[in-house]
Design a binder for this molecule. Structure first.
Ligand code: FEO
Length: 170
């Protein structure tokens, strides 16, 4: 069982996860348009992972006898037109998602809902990995600067990402 309040906030989180998927798909297309094909692949994989996150929450609400409410969201807005700026915006977004997960965990803790705490723990760990992945890429991009060879190399490495994150086991 989940409370009405936690149910509503989990529904809200489904929307944020689908929004994340849209945002990263838009970023992927933007990266492809500026010829970072590997980074575009990385970002598209991230978009797919976000969809998996949303579906995990859908399944959890159903399992606990709650009510799933799928709602819409605003258009994704890509602020940067370069690879570093795009990954920086991605990290900012992940920090927002981390705050949301912490909020949900706080709510589950307040309600002494130990099953929900256990469920949300997966997301807590996932956020640590996602922020860390983005930070690592941003650090590398800052070191590389405008070096063509370096950018070529990191794009190739990012393109090696398949269905799981660099360190994530989604
Ligand atoms: Fe679903 Fe990137 O957090």
């Amino acid at each position: 069982m989940i409370s009405k309040h936690l149910n509503e906030e989990l529904n809200q989180q489904i929307t944020y996860e689908f929004y994340s998927s849209h945002l990263y798909l838009a970023m992927s297309a933007k990266l492809a348009s500026i010829d970072f094909i590997g980074a575009a692949t990385w970002m598209r994989t991230q978009a797919e992972e976000e969809r998996v996150h949303a579906l995990k929450i859908v399944d959890y609400i159903l399992e606990t006898g709650g009510e799933v409410n799928i709602t819409g969201f605003e258009d994704p807005d890509i602020k940067a037109d370069n690879i570093l700026g795009i990954f920086e915006q991605g990290l900012e977004h992940e920090k927002f998602v981390t705050d949301r997960i912490n909020f949900l965990m706080g709510l589950a803790t307040e309600e002494k809902n130990y099953a929900a705490i256990n469920f949300l723990n997966w997301f807590v760990n996932e956020q640590v990995e996602e922020e860390s992945n983005a930070e690592t890429i941003i650090r590398s991009l800052k070191l590389i600067g405008n070096d063509g060879n370096g950018l070529y190399q990191i794009d190739k490495e990012l393109g090696a990402r398949t269905t799981v994150g660099i360190t994530s086991q989604t």
